[in-house]
Design a binder for this molecule. Structure first.
Ligand code: CP3
Length: 354
């Protein structure tokens, strides 16, 4: 199946494009009334993830509204711990929870490696259905959480502000922490490879909580396992490279290290200036980011000014994928996203003229 729009893949390969490609983290979500409607019909959030037709429908919703250059699989990073038997559920307004958090060496010992094709078949079914429905319109991004980020939810049993339990394990019993992270790295590798075999054309690893660690702890407990995953991924499929994007939120101070981990691109949140990041990583990797999602609460003129600033900060030439610095807020007015897209498509071609 021929890809009609390959701007996103070309930018990740640092090849010339006509304008800066764009997608948004959490582009399919509650800020869209059409998502809320389908979500309501499906039942729970996990019911929606397991419903092939509806997961496919919501993945495509943002592409119907906006000129986006990639689709991202509708699913969640917590499907892996759920497949490990932790009992994932979502309490309205409170985020994810696990019925059986992993708090001890014995609990870690008892965990097994999920079989991605069997235990997470609903994810692979969604990938296949989305590819078919996209029919080559734009590439499909698959994703997973990083081992460290998954471990924070598994050990805390929910979202956390201080990471009390997982950091206790890290410092009190690093061997157990490493056992858990190694198991997760193998699970994530299998899971991403299954998504690639099912049709994902690029993958992103979300290390949402890597930035909560000290520098030595980040290198030892987060980056090391992302490196292990990247080394085990299928990198070519359908005659094209399958690029890997590493996104560590608040990881700007470790860019030189992240650039050595073997990925094709680094995702940046808004706290790191693109010009600075580009100077530090050179031509080793492409860069993705980094509009503060809260800018989308401002007037269209203010949104345009921020888009202009970010484009100028990266500068001319290839290697930039435009994105938000983190997921879009559920309180965003969809019209403001239109203003964002309009500004980007008006301003970005000037950065790609040769
Ligand atoms: O980007 C996309 O459009 C693809 C879908 C996607 C979701 N979650 C759907 C979702 C992706 C890529 C994720 C990743 C994810 N999930 C991360 C890493 C990215 C990040 O935001 O840092 C994390 C940490 C999670 C875990 C998770 N899932 C949380 C903390 C929550 C609750 C969030 C909230 O705002 O309540 C979820 C649920 C979730 N995942 C929703 C969506 C659209 C909202 C749930 C709903 O519709 O009821």
């Amino acid at each position: 199946m021929e890809l009609k729009n390959d701007r996103f893949l070309r930018a990740l390969a640092r090849q010339p494009v006509d304008r800066t490609p764009v997608w948004m983290m959490r582009q399919a979500g509650r800020y869209l009334p059409e998502y809320r409607r389908v979500r309501g019909e499906a039942g729970s959030f996990m019911d929606l993830c397991r419903d092939t037709a509806r997961a496919c429908e919501v993945t495509l919703q943002p592409l119907e509204r906006y000129p986006l250059d990639a689709a991202i699989l509708f699913s969640d990073i917590l499907t892996i711990p759920d497949a490990m038997g932790l009992g994932l559920y979502f309490e309205t307004g409170e985020g994810p929870k696990f019925r059986k958090p992993v708090r001890s060496a014995e609990a870690v010992q008892a965990l097994g490696l999920p079989d991605a094709e069997r235990d997470l078949d609903y994810v692979m079914n969604a990938v296949g259905a989305i590819r078919q429905e996209l029919n080559g319109r734009v590439p499909l991004i698959g994703f997973s959480g990083s081992p460290w980020t998954l471990a924070t939810y598994m050990v805390e049993g929910a979202s956390s502000k201080d990471f009390r339990h997982v950091k206790t394990m890290l410092y009190d019993d690093p061997d157990t922490m490493h056992k858990l992270l190694d198991l997760l790295a193998r699970a994530v590798t299998d899971y991403l490879n299954a998504q690639i075999r099912a049709g994902a054309q690029a993958v992103q690893i979300f290390d949402t909580w890597g930035g909560a660690l000290s520098t030595p702890a980040y290198l030892e407990f987060s980056l090391r396992y992302m490196k292990q995953i990247v080394a085990g991924l299928i990198r070519e499929q359908e005659g094209r490279r399958v690029p890997v994007i590493l996104f560590t939120k608040n990881g700007g101070q470790w860019l030189e290290h992240i650039a050595e981990a073997g990925s094709d691109a680094i995702g940046l949140d808004w706290s790191t200036e693109l010009s600075d990041a580009r100077a530090r990583v050179g031509d080793r990797v492409a860069l993705q980011g980094n509009l503060d999602p809260n800018v989308l609460f401002a007037r269209p003129a203010a949104i345009k000014a921020e888009v202009a600033r970010i484009l100028a900060s990266y500068g001319t030439g290839p290697g930039h994928v435009f994105n938000l610095g983190h997921g879009i807020s559920q309180f965003t007015d969809p019209e403001r996203v239109t203003a964002f897209m309009d500004a980007l498509h008006e301003l970005s071609p000037a950065y790609h003229r040769r």
